[in-house]
Design a binder for this molecule. Sequence first.
Ligand SMILES: *Cc1c(COP(=O)(O)O)cnc(C)c1O
Length: 388
Amino acid sequence: MNKENSLTQQAENINSIFPSQKVLMGPGPSNLHPRVLAALSKPIIGHLDPDFIGIMDDIQKMLRYAFQTENPVTFPLSAPGSAAMEGSLANLLEKGDKAIICINGVFGGRMKDMASRIGATVVTVEDEWGAEVDLEKLKKTAEQNSDAKLIAFVQAETSTGALSNAEEIAKIAKKHSMLTIMDAVTSLAGVPIFVDKWGIDVVYSGTQKCLSCVPGLAPMTFSKKAVEVIKNRKTKVQSWFLDLSLLLGYWEDDTKKGKRAYHHTAPINPLYCLHESLVLLQQEGLEKSWERHRENHLLLKAGLKKLGVKYLIEGNHGLPQLNSVIMPDGVDEALVRKKALDDFHLELGAGLGALAGKVTRIGLMGHTSQKNNVLYCLAVLEKLIKQK
Ligand SMILES: *Cc1c(COP(=O)(O)O)cnc(C)c1O
């Protein structure tokens, strides 16, 4: 009874929350377009309601456009990007399989951890943080490990801001008849992706980065070859929730109308948001979206140069949507981020892992990638850098 009382006391004085508006220029989430936010408050319906099935069909069609693929198996996983990463590896790999994993930042490292938990033999191709995946090193590793089942890599390493050459990595994999898994969490809608043209087998993304949707969903696409490999597994996928063969009961190809069956209760309202953010993407056009991300990146870069702020990546493999920058000497980057958030409601990202304390990560993702936000960020940084 006493315990109950204390539980009541702990809970009873809590009220509704009213977070203030912030300009989100970190590594995600990005700001929501008002139409995406409004979609969240549309009336909830059942996850097998015929109206909802129509919405699912739309989402699958628009995701195929975003990924530039005809893959029937293209759907949003009801979980964040990391779950899609785990799902990609867990479905393609069985215990004892060999996987080549490219590591040039935090997320490649996460892939390695997941693949080894699955029981795969992992061979890594490691590059410095800030570098792109080294194609020559990868070629050599693939030659020396021609029995590997797949190559997994991160197209856009959010921890550093490096873009790797997905098309060339896919060519190396094909030469050795290996499958490919590409992490496109930060890249989708921010830089070009051509899943079919490049011939990548499994691609996953996230909703909270350049799609500017609420977090918690992860668009995925599987090639016919990948689906075939999964269908011919000798063992069951260890995770029930991430097992593609079960998930397909609900998300199977929208061309097979009316076949959808319960797997789990889909996050209805977040899926409304995804629908709206994909409508926005299709209305703007993929190319225009890539162009906008690039233009705003160049505007930011020119302004930062004047402030004496340098880029971690000087080559042309720097991402437009994630800028890892180095503050001028004598400027406390953690303090700059703290003041930007406290005094100006501007969120900037900290460096991760090897880059913690060394870089500040400025995100220009999705709806956040606008000229007014770039100019606001530059004005705030100018003030804070001068204050040092
Ligand atoms: C953000 C991110 C993830 C993880 O996504 P979550 O939604 O945070 O789980 C994976 N890979 C990359 C490259 C990311 O930027």
